[in-house]
Ligand binder design. Structure first.
Ligand code: PAF
Length: 281
C-alpha cells in the first residue's frame, strides 16, 4: 500500500495510472476509521482494484471552539486497517500543503449549506465542499464513496458534482450501527458510559417515526412531535434540531408525499451527534 503525504508525489502517482486501467475510487475520510468508514472502503474495493483513501482532518470544516484539536488521529492503526482491506493508496496530506498560508478560496453550495446542521455550523459545509472539491481534482476519481449518516453532506456533494459538471459518481452507503442502534461515529468515543447508554435514543426516535408512517401518519409536525417526545425521555440529550425535509433541496416537508429525510442532531452531554432515516409513505 502506498502512503503518500505530499501532493506532488501523489500527482506523479496519479499520472502513472493509465486511462484504460481500473476505475479510480475515492473514499474521503478524516481518519479515526471505524466500521462505517470500513464499509465504504469495502464497497469501493468491490468495485475496483484502484482505491484511494484520503485521511485528512480538514481544519476548514471546524469552527473555532469545535473539536478540531482533539479530533482523534490514530494514523498507524488506520493504515493497518486499510492494508487489511487491500487498499492500494492512502493520501494523507499535511494541512500546510492542502491549505497553504494565504489560501482564500472557498466553495459554497448556497442555501443547502445553511440548513439543518448549517444552522448551528454556518461555515462547516463550505469547508467540506472546499476540501472535497480539492480531493476530487487531485484524485480524479470515477466514483467517490460517502456514508448516509452524513445525509446533508451527501446531498450537498451531489449538488456540487451536478452544478460543476464533474464526471464523478457519488455513491452513498448505508449507515452502520452498533447493536443498540447508535450510528457508528468517530465522536462516539467522547461519550461517557452514561451518555453512551443514553445515545441510542436518537435511533429509537427515528424508528418511532418510521413506525408511525407505516401506521398511516403523514403530518410532518405530528411526526416531529413524536420524535421530540421520544428524545425528551433522556435527560442527557438536548435536541439541536429535528426536521423532515425534501431530499433534494432540504426544504421542510409539511405533509409526507414522496420519500423524505428525517434528520436530527442532538447533544448527548457535550457531544453533538447526528442521525437520519428515510420516511417513505
Ligand atoms: O465525512 C467526512 O469525514 C468529512 O466531512 C470529509 C468528507 C472527509 C471531508 O473532510
Amino acid at each position: 500500500m502506498d502512503v503518500v503525504r505530499s501532493l506532488e508525489a501523489f500527482g506523479r502517482l496519479r499520472k502513472s495510472w493509465p486511462d484504460g486501467g481500473p476505475e479510480v475510487c475515492l473514499v474521503p475520510t478524516m481518519g479515526a476509521l471505524h466500521a462505517g468508514h470500513l464499509s465504504l472502503v469495502e464497497a469501493a474495493r468491490k468495485r475496483s482494484d484502484r482505491v484511494v483513501v484520503s485521511i485528512f482532518v480538514n481544519p476548514t470544516q471546524f469552527a473555532p471552539g469545535e473539536d478540531f484539536e482533539r479530533y482523534p488521529r490514530p494514523l498507524e492503526q488506520d493504515l493497518k486497517a486499510l492494508e487489511r482491506l487491500g487498499v492500494g493508496t492512502v493520501l494523507a496530506p499535511e494541512a500546510r500543503e492542502m491549505f497553504p498560508a494565504g489560501h482564500r478560496t472557498r466553495v459554497l453550495v448556497e442555501e443547502l449549506d445553511r440548513k439543518l446542521c448549517g444552522l448551528s455550523r454556518p461555515t462547516h459545509f463550505q469547508g467540506v465542499a472546499t476540501v472535497v472539491l480539492k480531493l476530487f481534482h487531485l484524485v480524479q476519481p470515477r466514483a467517490a464513496f460517502f456514508g448516509q449518516k452524513d445525509a446533508q453532506q451527501t446531498i450537498l456533494i451531489r449538488r456540487l458534482v451536478r452544478d460543476l459538471d464533474l464526471d464523478i459518481e457519488v455513491v452513498v452507503c448505508p449507515t452502520v450501527r452498533e447493536q443498540d442502534g447508535l450510528a457508528v461515529s468517530s465522536r462516539n468515543r467522547y461519550l461517557s458510559l452514561e451518555e453512551r447508554k443514553a445515545a441510542p435514543v436518537l435511533f429509537r426516535a427515528l424508528e418511532r417515526a418510521g413506525r408511525e408512517v407505516a401506521l398511516g401518519e403523514r403530518s410532518g409536525p405530528a411526526l416531529l412531535a413524536g420524535v421530540h417526545r421520544c428524545l425528551a425521555a433522556e435527560s442527557r440529550v438536548q435536541v439541536d434540531y429535528a426536521a423532515i425535509v425534501d431530499p433534494v433541496d432540504l426544504e421542510p416537508v409539511d405533509r409526507l408525499q414522496g420519500k423524505s429525510l428525517l434528520a436530527l442532531a442532538a447533544f448527548v452531554g457535550t457531544t453533538r451527534l447526528i442521525d437520519n432515516t428515510w420516511l417513505t409513505p
